[in-house]
Design a protein around this ligand. Structure first.
Ligand SMILES: NC(=O)C1=CN([C@@H]2O[C@H](COP(=O)(O)OP(=O)(O)OC[C@H]3O[C@@H](n4cnc5c(N)ncnc54)[C@H](OP(=O)(O)O)[C@@H]3O)[C@@H](O)[C@H]2O)C=CC1
Ligand SMILES: O=C1O[C@H](COP(=O)(O)O)[C@@H](O)[C@H](O)[C@H]1O
Length: 575
């Protein structure tokens, strides 16, 4: 039995059993088809992993009724299974030869293995068209595996053991035969166990549907669950996203689809709800009464570098704003969910997204980076990328002002800014509070009262931190005030290395925990906000404002903020 020794999601055993009772009551109809005479012994046979909300499994396998696509068929098969079959999980990374698989997915799987978060029995398959042997795949992925800095025990041995569980199958993405071959290889590894299968689609979106068709027809688990993690982008607009969902649903139920947005797996984004809902001090401040504006800022200090072919078809609004920043906004602004269950949280996110005003062109600024030389070093323009068409108008930078038309947030500007090839790499949420009414100390601040308002910053990356800018008396006999930070810097407070977002999300998908994955109605609501402006930008061929590689982006972003009486919080020296 795998135990997730140091995963933050460990919960007390009494809580665990309470939750399980709840599941068995709620799903007693499906448990009736379970081959296990005692549901508790069946549950003990499942992985004792805990998902990121601290709950144990709420959707382990088809016996729990979660894999509705194959229920009756699977039910029949299940009833002929031996009573105490141990489960196994087979994870297939489709697109295993690609950038994301190498950079993020295999390393995250290894980190979970290293932390004892994977079940005792598991198999990992890489699948792609490239021809490779198992050994070649192992060589490629071994280059990106690392052990936790704070542990490093048996690092080499653990890597070897992990790599021995990794295999490779070459195949076409639209070939049912090739997926059948994969299926047969999976069966060899799963023999004698209850097989659960997870497919990670780390491939360009135009082949999602082919893969899902072939995998669901030829390589689904016959008696356990089958789940599919789908990478972004989920379409280019409302229409294509709806179409993609309709296609996927020909082969999968919504419960089997895990639409990933890796920002939801980031530590500080996870912490947003904890901060809001478990600290009394913030609750009365969290509304238009005290908050002047909220800013969601994403910047990267590198350009598209090799991903220009993908990027040019999407642009920064689709790549970052419509998903990562909007998801954070929804968590920031939603009402208190009834419970921490996935559906309760996603219901609240949908409500807030549906209360938002559709974005208009007047509230958007777009930019594109141009070449720049600094000393002896030259930085390329976006259109110097050989995979980007000449004359491309695709924005690599955008700023936008959004509004939530509900009682809590009426009139509060929610500003977003996202860009590539800027001066720094950073992601943060900045909350600027209102002025203190009748401030006794206002003459100490000079004429710029905005500089004296409190600001709460959640720095998502790098150097995760939460800090609150306050006004403070400079010690001494006079009465001089300055701006200081109450600072919770994670690396100073916590010695443990922060897990990568993909680790948390992979673990949750294995556990059937959907809280951090995007439901189809959330996706619809998100696209509705951005689709009209995206269409208008393209139809009107709006030229992006050029900004030098490595700069702070177009000045237009400042005019946009000023129009809404906002000053970007990331501009000052001490920001
Ligand atoms: N890379 C990143 O940082 C991020 C990526 N994503 C998303 O993850 C997914 C994978 O990204 P990434 O790894 O960068 O993608 P890649 O371009 O590296 O593609 C992954 C694999 O898919 C196959 N492939 C590529 N293009 C085509 C094509 N036109 N037709 C058929 N097969 C193709 C290739 O494998 P082979 O030729 O061997 O079959 C390739 O190794 C995408 O949806 C992307 O948007 C999301 C967030 C970040
Ligand atoms: O989804 C994406 O995210 C990355 C940035 O992710 P991070 O975790 O490194 O901040 C971005 O580079 C990429 O363009 C986008 O597709």
């Amino acid at each position: 039995m795998a135990k997730c020794l140091s995963h933050p999601c460990s919960s007390s055993s009494s809580f665990k059993s309470q939750k399980r009772k709840f599941i068995s009551t709620k799903r007693n109809t499906t448990l009736l088809i379970s081959p296990y005479s005692n549901p508790r012994s069946y549950l003990r046979n499942q992985f004792e992993l805990k998902s990121s909300n601290g709950y144990p499994l709420n959707a382990v396998s088809v016996q729990d009724g979660t894999s509705s696509a194959n229920e009756s068929k699977d039910g029949a098969i299940l009833s002929s299974k031996p009573e105490k079959m141990e489960p196994t999980i087979s994870i297939t990374v489709v697109g295993a030869s690609g950038d994301l698989a190498k950079k993020k997915i295999f390393p995250a799987l290894f980190a979970l293995y290293y932390e004892n978060c994977l079940p005792e029995h598991f198999t990992i398959f890489g699948y792609a068209r490239s021809k490779m042997t198992d050994e070649e795949l192992r060589n490629i992925i071994s280059r990106t595996l690392t052990c936790r800095i704070d542990q490093r025990e048996n690092c080499g041995d653990k890597m070897d053991q992990f790599l021995q569980r990794c295999f490779y199958q070459s195949g076409q993405y639209g070939s049912e035969e090739d997926f059948l071959e994969l299926h047969n290889k999976l069966i060899e590894k799963e023999v004698g166990r209850l097989p659960n299968r997870l497919f990670y689609l780390s491939i360009p979106p135009n082949i999602f549907v082919d893969v899902v068709r072939c995998a669901s027809r030829r390589a689904s688990s016959t008696s356990g669950w089958t789940r599919v993690i789908v990478e972004k982008p989920f379409g280019r607009d409302s229409e294509s996203s709806g179409e993609l969902t309709r296609y996927l649903k020909q082969y999968l139920s919504e419960d089997q689809i895990f639409r990933i947005d890796h920002y939801l797996g980031k530590e500080l984004v996870e912490n947003l709800s904890v901060l809001r809902f478990s600290n009394l001090v913030f609750a009365p401040l969290w509304s238009r009464d005290c908050i002047r504006n909220v800013q969601f800022i994403f910047s990267e200090d590198f350009g598209t570098e090799g991903r220009g072919g993908y990027f040019d078809n999407y642009g920064i609004i689709r790549d970052i704003m419509q998903n990562h920043l909007l998801q954070i906004l929804a968590l920031f602004a939603m009402e208190t969910p009834v419970t921490l269950d996935a559906e309760d949280i996603r219901n609240e996110k949908v409500k807030v997204l549906r209360s938002m005003r559709t974005l208009v062109l007047d509230d958007v600024v777009v930019g594109q980076y141009k070449g720049h030389t600094k000393g002896a070093k030259s930085y390329p323009a976006y259109i110097d990328d050989p995979t980007v068409p000449q004359g491309s108008l695709t924005p690599t930078f955008a700023a936008a002002a959004l509004f939530i038309d509900n009682a809590r947030w009426d009139g509060v500007p929610f500003l977003m800014k996202a860009g590539k090839a800027l001066h720094t790499k950073r992601a943060e949420i900045r909350v600027q509070f209102r002025h203190v009414p009748g401030n006794l100390y206002k003459r100490n601040f000079g004429t710029d009262l905005d500089k004296a308002t409190n600001e709460l910053v959640l720095r998502v990356q790098p150097d995760e931190a939460i800090y609150l800018k306050i006004n403070n008396k400079v010690p001494g006999l006079g009465m001089r005030l300055d701006r200081s930070d109450l600072n919770l810097l994670y690396k100073a407070r916590y010695s443990k290395e922060i897990p990568d977002a993909y680790e948390r999300l992979l673990l949750d998908a294995m556990e059937g925990e959907r809280r951090l994955f995007i439901r189809s109605d959330e996706l619809d609501a998100a696209w509705k906000l951005f689709t009209p402006v995206l269409k208008e930008l393209e139809e009107k061929k709006i030229a992006p404002e050029l900004y030098p590689y490595g700069s702070r982006g177009p000045v237009g972003a400042h005019y946009l903020a000023a129009k809404h009486n906002v000053r970007w919080g990331d501009l000052g020296e001490d920001s």
